[in-house]
Design a protein around this ligand. Structure first.
Ligand SMILES: [Zn+2]
Length: 94
């Protein structure tokens, strides 16, 4: 997988070095890659209850996206299927 860097980050690193202006001219001569910024979210658990056919109480959790708020049912996927956020943030406390 390719690595992408922010031009600003590279220039911040190069700041004060002899090659700053050279790097800057190289960067501005390049075509910017079509990169979507990854949003980082987490699944927010919500406790649910339902009653089974045998009248037993079933407790389960559903998870909703911390970015878009949409529920993804009981599945915790790596990415939110609705907004595409990457679910790698630490949960506060479950
Ligand atoms: Zn989402």
């Amino acid at each position: 997988m390719d690595s992408y860097f922010r031009a600003k980050d590279i220039l911040d690193k190069a700041m004060g070095t002899d090659s700053y202006f050279q790097i800057k001219s190289i960067l501005f001569g390049l075509k910017a890659a079509d990169v979507v910024e990854v949003r980082h979210g987490r699944w927010i658990p919500e406790a649910c209850e339902s009653v089974s056919k045998r009248n037993r109480l079933i407790e389960y959790r559903v998870y909703s996206c911390s970015i878009c708020g949409r529920s993804n049912g009981r599945v915790k996927k790596k990415y939110c299927p609705n907004c595409g956020a990457r679910m790698d943030k630490e949960a506060d406390h479950e």
